[in-house]
Structures are given as C-alpha cells and as structure tokens.
Design a protein around this ligand. Structure first.
Ligand code: HEM
Length: 123
C-alpha cells in the first residue's frame, strides 16, 4: 500500500497554511517570545508565513520547491534561547490540540519541529 505523506495527511498546502496561521497568531501574542515579532509590518509577516508554509510543505513530503534561505541563516543573530524555543514548541502543541490533529500526525509534526532546534537556538 502506498504510504501517504505527512503533507497529505495534514490536508496539503491549505492544511499546513491553516496550521501556520493559527500557530503564528499564538506565538506573536505570547508574553515571552512575542517580542521577536514586534514592530514588523503586515507584509513581512505574510511573507514569513508563506516561506514557513513552503519550508514545512517540503519537509513533510509535499510537492514544493523551497528556494529560500536556510533556517540557520534566517534566524542568525536573533539570540533565540532554549527557553524561547520551548515556549515556541509549547504553542505548536497547543495549536495541534486545538485543531484536533490525530496522535500520529501530532507526534510527527512535533518531532519535525523539534529537530530544527539546532538551526534556530543560539543561546
Ligand atoms: C523560537 C522560535 C522562532 C522564533 C522566535 C522565530 C522568529 C522569527 C522572526 C522574528 C523572523 C523574521 C526575521 C526578519 O525578517 O527580520 C523569522 C523568520 C523566519 N522564520 Fe522563524 N522563528 C522561530 C522558529 C522558526 C521555525 C521552527 C521555522 C520553520 C519551521 C521558522 C521559519 C522562518 C522563516 C522561513 C523565516 C524567513 C522569512 C523571510 O525570509 O521573510 N522559524 N523567524
């Protein structure tokens, strides 16, 4: 039997865009890590979301070409700490719970995001 990709199981590009939209609203409203997005305009946020959706779509097995910069480059110099990272992952978990993601997909997304820590956390 053909194995379906995580991309397909999340509802494809639209499903991942919905997840990112809800997830970003949560992190931007967060007391500790919301500061990273302060004073950014709407256009920059939309762009960041679109690029993140592309990145995740490819990482989840979707038919997407990711041509943007790598995550280490895009976050270098922000000083994101291990504590910021755990708050960020907590919002990912809450977003997935709110969306009612099944346990299998929840775990796969959580593991995928968790693996990115080394590219993002600097302090
Ligand atoms: C604690 C974790 C994170 C924080 C605080 C954070 C914060 C930010 C901020 C503030 C920017 C905008 C930089 C700028 O244009 O000046 C950015 C860019 C970006 N972030 Fe994150 N990020 C985090 C984790 C992630 C993760 C896990 C991903 C991917 C799944 C991601 C994907 C991106 C991408 C693709 C960009 C580049 C957008 C662009 O080029 O306009 N970020 N991040």
């Amino acid at each position: 039997m053909k194995q379906t990709t995580l991309y397909e199981r999340l509802g494809g590009y639209d499903g991942i865009a919905g997840f990112v939209d809800s997830f970003f609203s949560r992190v931007q409203a967060d007391q500790q890590i919301g500061r990273f997005w302060q004073h950014r305009g709407d256009d920059g946020l939309i762009r960041e979301k679109r690029i993140t959706v592309d990145y995740l779509s490819l990482a989840m097995g979707g038919p997407v070409h990711y041509t943007d910069r790598d995550l280490r480059t895009t976050h270098k110099g922000m000083g994101i700490s291990a504590s910021d990272w755990s708050v960020f992952l907590g919002h990912a978990a809450q977003t997935m719970e709110a969306l009612g993601l099944p346990q299998q997909e929840y775990q796969e997304v959580y593991a995928l995001l968790g693996n990115l820590e080394g590219d993002i956390v600097e302090e």
